[in-house]
Design a protein around this ligand. Sequence first.
Ligand SMILES: [Ca+2]
Ligand SMILES: [Ca+2]
Ligand SMILES: [Ca+2]
Ligand SMILES: [Ca+2]
Length: 418
Amino acid sequence: MSSSKKYFKKFFNYIIPLTIIILLIILFFSYQNTSNSINGDEEKKSSWNLFEEDNSCKYNEGDTCLNAPSKCICKEDQICYPDRTKSDNLGCYTIVCGDGYRDKGETSNTCCLDAGCSNGLVCDANLNKCVKPECSFDCCINDLQYQDKSCPQYYTCNSLQHSCEPDDSDNDAFPDYLEIETGTDRFNSDTDSDSVLDGYDNHPLSSYLPRTYSFDWRYGNEWLIFTKKFQFDITLSEDVVASYEKMPKINLINRDDIQLEEVAKIMNELANTENYNSADKLMMVIAFSRSFNYDYTKADFSGKGLPDWANFPMETIVKKQGLCADSTVMTSALLRKMGYNAQYLTSIECNHAIIGISLVEGITLDGTERYITKDGIKYYYLDPTSRDYSGNIIYSTTSKDDFGTTFCQSNDFLVREI
Ligand SMILES: [Ca+2]
Ligand SMILES: [Ca+2]
Ligand SMILES: [Ca+2]
Ligand SMILES: [Ca+2]
């Protein structure tokens, strides 16, 4: 065999197959690389899209608006509420009217479907608006029992509130149905005639446990030893005394009060016995009021407004203590029942109450007094709590010093009707 033939044979036997194998290997790896490269691009694109969808939240797995609030910020119309159905993967929930939840910003005006309605209105689901309910038979739609029929006996339908409300024929704060249960007269506001309305009477069928209350105080001279000691007793039923805690604190000064009228009568009689003029009689009553103690249990009245915390006049008398407002309510009511023209004056600036009294026979003035004018009448300042607010003076004389004396420096007292 020639050397060229040997060479060709070697070429076909080894070189070509080897070349083919090498080419196949190159092709294989080249395919592998291409395949990897395509997958890698897809992964990269996927995570890039995630950030693109929510630029504000570069979160890790498990992050939500609740546990990673700095990373995952909900959009403006969303709230963070991961537990709620239909919250997105960050836990943000897009507020929707009509989803059954009352969310931020949803009111009866903007979304009654979720926020509901008030004042007896109902939500019209089609209009998403609060409308008056349609009453097929009567208007007591809030009383589920009586939706389609009249209110029961001794109740009347309140068409504004859409509810059945108990009747109170004699307006004594005791509903008719309770009067019938209790045996009181539903057409007589004070069944046992003890001056306490049935609704405020602990024993509305009988006057209960009369108690005697005694009072003494001094008045008449600058010198204590020359003062006159005054004394009287009154008897009140326990029901009367208990009613002061139960009645609404309204019309404190001008209310009908037979017990206070009795005290006024006693005061007039005591002054007449001494032949007092109107000024001395007035100051005798002021001395009576000044003999009471300051009620430290009521001193913290912050947050409460008159007349919610004020006593009824007889309540102050029975307790023999009160705040300046209580003494002022009591004396202005008592003096009015005795024929004086007295006003309740109050100053927000110095947080004090005093009476204003129009002049009567026996009071002399020197022009330094302080007063307030109402309807052309001058009401002179007179402090029924104490003469100098130190609280130690238990008597007084008819002295011009009393008129205009109050620890308040300001002249900002105003007349109030309570
Ligand atoms: Ca009644
Ligand atoms: Ca009654
Ligand atoms: Ca009664
Ligand atoms: Ca009674």
